[in-house]
Design a protein around this ligand. Sequence first.
Ligand SMILES: [Zn+2]
Length: 82
Amino acid sequence: MRVVYKGGNVPKSVQNNRKEIINWLLSADEKDIIDIKEVVIKEPEPNRMYPTVKCEFCGGLVMETRPEQIDGKYACIPCAQR
Ligand SMILES: [Zn+2]
């Protein structure tokens, strides 16, 4: 769920007056002020979805999603930075 404040709906007559804006907000219909949207939040895929590969330099496991490769060989980040 996401609440979107529709500032554009504030009448021009009160826009420059903070006090009047507040009064207007208090009296206005909620649906005139905010838009509640259903937002589909994509759940992060669990780590097990990512195969791990073996770093060919130190033998440590590194996720295949972010492989660093040196001469075509998988390298973990520390090894790649070496
Ligand atoms: Zn390594």
